[in-house]
Write a new protein. Structure first.
Ligand SMILES: C[S@@+](CC[C@H](N)C(=O)[O-])C[C@H]1O[C@@H](n2cnc3c(N)ncnc32)[C@H](O)[C@@H]1O
Length: 273
């Protein structure tokens, strides 16, 4: 599989059209917990929200529905391919209060202090300097604004009954993220990282979705396949091993007697006062 890369060349997975189905599966797995986090964070009508590393805009669209009619959502992603897909999807849903920007944490294209909520899912684990990212996101908040971040611990997934292909699949993904300078176990570190940036209040939840059936069980396999280029380039696996694990992961996914515990998510909602 040949895949698009984000413009800084440091993102381990595919972008644009190749990424769309997998990111839909990410939401099928984690969307319910995200919705509950957004509700606890008070995301509602009239707020101005930035969604960093928005990907194809799945969560941005959900937030746009929560803040309408007077609120606004800005989805920001470093990859123009992701933004092109996000724009097409939001046009299909006719969400007038949602726009997308190709931008980065360094150059977000937003005024400091202009957002009520700054949100990110599965972004910080891919960054070389997540503390810097938290500081930059925080700088966009109004004085009473809320920083809402959720990210994973990819050492937590499990398969029942035990399956070596499952364990190896996640070992490879952790290796690929690390090889690109990210931290696949960042979740548990998030609360302390956020408090270190001067937030005085921080609510924390830890959730781990489990799956028995459905296409969402293909997520680990598809993620590993998207990381193939990094895995091979970094010498972490050869193509034949990746292919063999993918075959076994598909078999496990289609077997409704196996249970998958997916990435454990740490969800943080923080304010300065
Ligand atoms: C795993 S995807 C998550 C997408 C989305 N948040 C979701 O949960 O469906 C991570 C996204 O972060 C983007 N990204 C990586 N580095 C970035 C940066 N420095 N600034 C903005 N976006 C970045 C990638 O292009 C990718 O779309």
């Amino acid at each position: 599989m040949s895949v698009n890369r984000s413009t800084d060349g440091r993102y381990v997975l595919a972008t644009g059209d190749e990424a769309e189905r997998r990111l839909e599966l990410v939401d099928a797995v984690h969307g319910r917990d995200t919705a509950s986090l957004l509700e606890r964070a008070g995301v509602g009508p009239g707020l101005r929200v930035a969604d960093f590393g928005c990907g194809i805009g799945v969560v941005s669209c959900a937030i746009a529905e929560l803040v309408e009619p007077a609120g606004e959502v800005i989805g920001i992603d470093i990859s123009p391919e992701q933004i092109a897909v996000a724009e097409r999807r939001s046009r299909d849903r006719r969400l007038a209060n949602l726009r997308f920007i190709t931008g980065s944490l360094e150059e977000p294209g937003l005024e400091p202090g202009s957002c009520d909520i700054v949100y990110a899912r599965f972004l910080l684990m891919h960054l070389q300097n997540p503390r810097d990212a938290i500081r930059r996101m925080a700088s966009l908040l109004t004085p009473t604004g809320r920083l809402v971040i959720e990210d994973g611990d990819f050492s937590a997934p499990y398969c029942i009954p035990l399956a070596s292909a499952f364990d190896r699949c996640f070992e490879l993904y952790r290796g690929a993220v690390s090889a690109m300078g990210g931290n696949p176990r960042i979740g548990p570190d998030l609360p302390m990282m956020v408090m270190d940036e001067g937030f005085s209040w921080c609510a924390v939840s830890v959730v781990q979705p489990t799956l028995r059936e459905g296409e969402a069980k293909r997520l680990p396999e598809w993620t590993m396949l998207e990381a193939r280029e990094t895995l091979v380039h970094a010498g972490l696996a050869i193509d034949s091993e990746i292919d063999a694990i993918a075959v076994e992961m598909e078999r496990l996914a289609l077997d409704s007697t196996t249970k998958f515990g997916m990435a454990e998510m740490t969800q943080v909602c923080a304010t300065r006062r």
